[in-house]
Every structure is written in C-alpha cells, then in structure tokens.
Design a protein around this ligand. Structure first.
Ligand SMILES: *Cc1c(COP(=O)(O)O)cnc(C)c1O
Length: 213
C-alpha cells in the first residue's frame, strides 16, 4: 500500500470510529482532502488511493492545478474552502463544485450573478473573532433569509473554531445554529479536531495536514 493510501485508510477509520460512537453512519460524513500547497503528484497519489473530494483555498492555485487533474479524473468533486473575492466569483463558479466560504451579502450577489448553482455553505464566525472570516452569529438569520431568497443552493454552515482552545463547544454551537435554521449540512473539523466534529454532527470534515504528512 502507498503512503497516501495508508494515511487515507487511517483517517477514514478514525472518522468511522467517531461516527459509530455518536451512533451515526460513517457514510454520512464526507472527507474533503485539503490540497492547498500540495503538488499535483501528492494529490494524484491520494486520488489513486480512492479519494475523490478535494479542497482548495485560493482560486488562482486551484486554476493552476486542477483542470489537468480533472481531465484525467472526471469524477472529482472540488471544494472552495477559502476566502473568496467577489470579483473572482465567475472564475470560482467555473472551477469548483461546492463553496464553503460564503460570508457576506455582496458575495452572495456576485455568485447569483455568476449563476452559481452548486451546494453552498455559509461560513460563520463562530468564535466572534475580529480577524476571522465568516458572518457574525447575530447577522446569521438575516443572511440565511437573504441567501435563500437569492436562489443559491444553501447546503449548510461552515466554521473554523478559534485556535488553541477546546473546539467542541464551537462545533456544538454551529450544530445548534444549523438545527435552528433548518439547515442540514455541517462543514466542520480539520486535522486536529475532526473526531470531535464528527461526534457533534459534522457532515463534511476538511482535513489537510493529517492526510498529506
Ligand atoms: C487549511 C484548511 C483546512 C485543513 O487544515 P489542516 O489543519 O491542515 O487539516 C481546513 N479548512 C480550511 C478552511 C483550511 O484553510
């Protein structure tokens, strides 16, 4: 087995274990391999091992790496997980299948104008951090209404909890907000904390470092 295949198996097993603890189906959790800053060769090793969902955080980088990989592996699903500038909405709509980082009304308008139809997650600034992206919790109800009215395909909520503190309360809070607003998807959990995210209801985990190193 390749190193990539072994890592993929380890992470997939950890997701399945966490799901079982929470009496959830492992298949209800999608593993997105975050391939930012990774070479096409590293990515291809994971594809060959069976991984199909990948995440990138910059339009430019994705535009450089993915068209040729996609031509060879047409069943890839590509996720945009980083901050998206409104003037890149058209390019992002053409490149990606899923967007996790809708964080402001002006971007919702730009995506609607770009006729973006893919599953879209609203990023929530779950720890109310000054420097972090995401809509403020207080603004979430109005923003959800706005997004629903714009015709975008609202798939769920996404968040990155504050660093260096126990993430579980933030995962639980995001899950509560999703329930309150009748939103089904929860994009939460990274290399250091995907197990607790799965136990608290994540439907998508975004794992980079643990899959590539
Ligand atoms: C880089 C990144 C990840 C993956 O982080 P790791 O700690 O390497 O697993 C997940 N989500 C977002 C938004 C990222 O930018």
């Amino acid at each position: 087995m390749s190193d990539a295949a072994a890592l993929l198996q380890t992470i997939s097993a950890a997701i399945a274990d966490a799901a079982q603890v929470a009496r959830r189906e492992p298949d209800d959790v999608t593993l997105v391999a975050v391939s930012k800053n990774r070479s096409a060769e590293e990515i291809e090793a994971l594809i060959e091992a069976g991984q199909r969902h990948f995440g990138e955080n910059r339009v430019q980088e994705a535009a450089g790496k993915w068209p040729s990989l996609r031509a060879r592996y047409p069943d890839i699903t590509l996720h945009m997980i980083g901050r998206l500038q409104s003037n890149k909405a058209d390019e992002a709509a053409a490149l990606f299948d899923v967007i996790h980082s809708l964080d402001r009304p002006s971007l919702a308008s730009a995506l609607a104008r770009a006729e973006w139809k893919g599953p879209t997650y609203l990023q929530v600034n779950i720890g109310e951090e000054e420097q972090k992206g995401g809509v403020a919790i207080a603004d979430l109800p109005g923003f959800i209404d706005n997004v629903r009215e714009s015709g975008l395909n609202l798939a769920g909520l996404m968040a990155i909890p504050p660093a260096e503190v126990e993430p579980s309360p933030y995962f639980a809070l995001l899950a509560k907000l999703a329930r309150r607003h009748d939103v089904s998807g929860l994009s939460m959990g990274m290399s250091g904390d995907f197990r607790s995210a799965v136990m608290l209801g994540a439907t998508v985990v975004r794992v980079g470092t643990a899959l590539f190193e």
